[in-house]
Design a protein around this ligand. Structure first.
Ligand code: BGC
Length: 739
């Protein structure tokens, strides 16, 4: 009896002495872990639903080998549809944390077997639309709403935002990313992260770095100069890391100058931690790269989604001394320091109860802030009560977002026809009926929509008689759309980057018929990334680039068409027109004569940097966007570290203006762009005649006046010219300074 009591007491004492995550110092928790517990902490619990991405030809990739199976950890699957889970060690208070995608909202399964309740999330506009708003405050609001859903649905870390640079318009995932410019990308991402994390959950800034194409993404070797890496491909991450302290960073699949990002010590330790001071943890992209020991050593702390093979290899490597225990401890400690902050460790009892209605309003608002009016000869805004002939499938099957991991399981989507009708416009019913029936029939023959595949019907062929019949309406709206997504890039062919012959014919027919009756034609683009719009202005009176605007698409587009909201979005990416004019077009996918290598020969000349420097005309330049009013700029100066300019609404409607500041720096190396964005700001709503003074600091967490030369950041001595501009080609005022 006495012996039993003593034994019981010592068990209790041991339990009391066992450190617990969230209660004791992390180093104590690590010290109390067995080697196996440590190894399992750096490897996620495999999800059998996840499929590894195809690797580049001739590339060996072991991350997806099934392994012996002996070490298969059971995923807790606490939030069905989440992309991954961590390993739990209950005796140390380490829970299985839940990781789920982003970025356009949270992606989890909307339904659960045997459960009546639904688990829908809000589909917000995709990344490119968010950055087109040039409004970090509104983006932060979006982040807060997404973070709230993450929290309330029991997820700990959101796998977003995506901020790879939009190097080429054909990248399949461009819609998830922000811009061809690192400052816009970094500031937008930082605002998003601050918003999400304000809700007590984490983010994963991805894909670090240079994941600029889908072709052969798991193994493509990207040859990039140090200067282009620092000034373009790493710069957005640097701004986001320093400016918002993301809990985690996701390394990318690709190789950079011969080394996988997740095995790249220079990238993950020298740059990210030693130079930028990052103290969160790094996880791989799903099944990323090859060698778990190299990944651990490089500073890639967590392997996702985690395979039994990786556990086998790491255990053997610790045993043989190939993987020093100190390295494993360091990585475990970094992970636990972040997990300490998660809702699961804090014991948050989630109730699956986000306010989806309030978030839908946030989604609609930002959608209107980021749409870009490209052309308007006075056809817009539409007055109320008009009769509209709505052409094009995407008018009836408007797409909120792209496919792949960035898809969101929303409760509904508002299509453009619904949005127009809800705002009191009438549609030509014969035409609408024909489109709706065609789409419904074709879709009934296709597999149901799910995140990986979003089926769309083939474009309905309207007859000349139908166009004629519909021309009794007051105006025509022609919608043109494109779907794209993770796993593949787009092509520079007809029906993708180029308009299809059928789309051109439709535009011509509609324009001819409506114009002969003196009626306007408005084009609405429901696309995630640029297409070649050459000639479209000649066949239309207005062009609205609506991007992929989230689940409130139809309402938000109508808000702009009707003038309920004055458009204020501007392009975060150049619309080049001809694909051959895109500087990376010669080196996209794979470089000529190579199997799995792409050489970034354009170096710094990405997007507007190329067009402004060579003087080549883009169809719509970076930073361009029209409004229903006009703005004049005056009194531009550099005061201390800030650029100051007065903006006046000199037109007839209330509206907001995005002002961009470009700089010409004294060049320390050959091949520098003639001007680069160094700051920007958006005014509040200005009434006609109203002025405001914008005072915009140039230096933030980085100094955009510096350039990469001699292997370091340098502020060159000499004359700097600054411009206050309405776009990269519309320079309004300038001033100079000596540094
Ligand atoms: C994507 C990531 C995503 C992950 C988890 C990968 O295929 O590249 O962006 O977060 O899957 O779903």
């Amino acid at each position: 009896m006495r012996i039993q009591t003593i034994a019981m007491a010592s068990v209790l004492m041991m339990a009391a002495c066992t450190p617990k995550l969230g209660k004791n110092d992390v180093s104590k928790v690590v010290a109390a872990m067995t080697t196996e517990e440590k190894v399992r902490t750096v490897v996620g619990t495999f999800h059998d639903l996840a499929t590894p991405p195809p690797v580049a030809p001739g590339v060996n990739n072991r991350a997806d080998y099934p392994g012996s199976g002996e070490n298969t950890a059971v995923s807790r699957n606490q939030v069905p549809g989440a992309a991954g889970d961590g390993y739990d060690v209950p005796r140390l208070g380490i829970p299985a944390v839940v990781y789920a995608d982003g970025p356009a909202g949270l992606r989890i399964d909307p339904r659960r077997e045997g459960v009546e309740k639904t688990f829908f999330c809000t589909a917000f506009p995709t990344g490119t639309l968010l950055s087109s708003a040039w409004d970090t405050q509104t983006v932060e609001e979006v982040g807060k709403a997404i973070g709230d859903e993450v929290h309330r649905y029991g997820v700990d870390i959101l796998l977003a935002p995506g901020l790879n640079l939009q190097r080429n318009p054909l990248t399949g995932r461009n819609f998830e990313y922000y811009s061809e410019d690192p400052l816009v990308s970094g500031l937008t991402a930082a605002a998003y992260v601050r918003g999400v994390q304000s809700q007590g959950v984490g983010t994963s800034v991805k894909h670090f770095a240079a994941n600029n194409q889908e072709l052969y993404r798991n193994g493509i070797n990207e040859i990039i100069s140090q200067r282009a890496l620092r000034e373009l491909y790493l710069r957005g991450f640097e701004i986001a890391v320093k400016g918002s302290d993301p809990w985690t960073v996701m390394s990318s699949y690709n190789k950079i100058n011969g080394t996988y990002a997740s095995e790249n010590e220079w990238l993950l330790t020298t740059v990210l931690r030693d130079e930028w001071g990052y103290d969160g943890f790094v996880m791989t992209d799903w099944f990323g790269a090859d060698d778990p020991v190299l990944q651990m050593k490089a500073g890639n702390d967590l392997l996702m989604p985690g395979t039994p093979n990786q556990i086998d290899e790491l255990l053997a490597a610790v045993e043989s001394g190939l993987l020093p225990v100190e390295v494993l401890d360091r990585n475990v400690e970094r992970i636990l320091k972040v997990l300490e902050r998660t809702p699961r460790v804090k014991g948050f009892a989630y109730a699956d109860d986000p306010d989806l209605e309030a978030h839908a309003a946030v989604s609609r608002k930002i959608a209107t802030e980021g749409m870009v009016l490209l052309h308007n000869n006075g056809a817009l805004p539409l007055s109320s009560g008009k009769k509209v002939a709505l052409f094009g499938n995407y008018g009836y099957d408007t797409q909120p977002g792209g496919s792949g991991s960035g898809y969101v399981n929303r409760a509904y989507k508002v299509t453009l026809d619904q949005g127009l009708e809800a705002a009191g416009y009438t549609l030509d019913q014969n035409l609408s009926k024909a489109y709706r029936e065609h789409i419904a029939y074709e879709k009934s023959q296709m597999p149901a929509e799910y995140f990986w595949v979003v089926p769309t019907a083939s474009e309905y062929q309207v007859s000349e008689a139908q166009v004629k019949g519909a021309s009794e309406a007051d105006l025509a709206i022609v919608t043109i759309g494109r779907m794209s997504g993770e796993g593949g890039d787009r092509s520079a062919s007809e029906g993708d980057y180029l308009l299809s012959a059928q789309e051109r014919l439709l535009l011509k027919q509609v324009y001819k018929t409506f114009h002969s009756n003196g009626k306007p034609v408005v084009v609405v683009l429901n696309v995630g990334a640029p297409i070649d719009l050459s000639g479209v202005e000649d066949l239309s009176d207005a062009i609205l680039l609506a991007w992929l605007p989230g689940q409130e698409a139809g309402h938000a587009i109508t808000d702009i068409l009707s003038g309920a909201v004055n458009p204020s979005g501007k392009l975060p990416v150049t619309l080049a027109g001809k694909y051959e004019d895109v500087p990376s077009s010669r080196n996209f996918g794979v470089s000529e004569g190579e199997i799995n290598t792409v050489r970034y020969e354009e170096d710094l000349m990405v997007g507007y940097r190329h067009f402004t420097t060579t003087g080549k005309k883009a169809l719509y330049p970076f930073g361009f966007g029209l409004s229903y009013t006009q703005f004049t700029y005056s009194d531009f100066s550099l005061e201390g570290d800030s650029l100051v300019v007065t903006v006046t609404n000199s037109g007839k409607a209330a509206g907001r203006e995005v002002v961009q500041f470009y700089v010409n720096k004294p060049a320390l190396t050959e091949g520098r762009p003639v001007r680069e964005l160094c700051a920007y700001a958006k005014t509040g709503v200005l009434a006609p005649g109203e002025s405001t003074v914008l005072t915009v600091p140039i230096k933030g967490v980085v100094n955009p006046l510096e350039q990469w030369a001699d292997d370091k950041w340098v502020l060159a001595g000499g004359t700097y010219t600054f411009w206050a501009a309405a776009s990269s080609e519309d320079l309004r005022l300038s001033t100079q300074a000596q540094f």
